[in-house]
Unconditional design. Sequence first.
Length: 342
Amino acid sequence: MLVLGIESSCDETGVALYRSADSAPATLPTGLLAHALYSQIAMHNDYGGVVPELASRDHIRRVLPLTRQILAESDCSLADRYGISYTQGPGLAGALLVGAGMARALAYALNIPAVGVHHLEGHLLSPLISDTPPEFPFVALLVSGGHTQLMLVEGVGRYILLGETLDDAAGEAFDKTAQLLGLGYPGGPALSKLADSGDDSRFTLPRPMLNSGDFDFSFSGLKTAVLTLVKKAGLDASADIAAAFQAAAVDVLVTKSLAACRYSHARRLVVAGGVGANTQLRKRLTRDAAVHGISVFYPRMEFCTDNGAMIAFAGAQRMAYAAPELTFAVRPRWDLATLEAV
């Protein structure tokens, strides 16, 4: 079955087309056929963060043209046998409603199934789209937006929460630290780029909960320590401060992730979400995991941020449970652990 995936949870409109291999004729290509993404970064940059109303309005402008684009690129049409998946939550309510409304309307008009997908499940499964996907079970470090979690993943929908952040997520800490250093929006990539030119040994920053004996995280104290350091050292030391912050955050993420693997007896670790694109995190995790005989799997760089491909793939795993419906609802807050197994 072809699955059209629509992502509209925040500030990126993503649309993708995925064909499952299980029921596809041998003559047709399978896997990810096409994907397109429009980012609203330039629009929100003037405000220093996402403006929900503007985000929702822009999704309305982008979702149909992007859908037409991927249909053309994949040489498919709406006459083909389809299912539709869309991000049902978590995210901004107005933004979610745009994708959900289009998906449900199209599904009803064509009498085809539609299924709402958990945004974080999309991220969690995104490494499975690669040419060398990990096998179940694995431990997943989910570092997306306002979420930092360690999960034991035994299958689709079979997620056991091992630990999570008690306050700021890693991505939020990157963005807030970037603001303290006078960098633009989004702050995470800008901070990482600045850190590459800094000396991470000049300043020592705390590693919150590094030795807490569990798998939870806390990054608000690290952010506060950066604020104190900026006031003391000044913005002339921005590159070194950025490097010290990145080193501290990466140290915590790597240490906790590998500890979770040892606890779970897992030989595979998956990293998913926007912070998963951080080059220092990837370098350190790959190096340290190898020492313990653990293989690390990452999504393609283009699939670290929000995208339609992960929603199409996750939807394909759940399409058997979908059916045409006239009504729908979005879930701005949605606990990943409540999902049903496939």
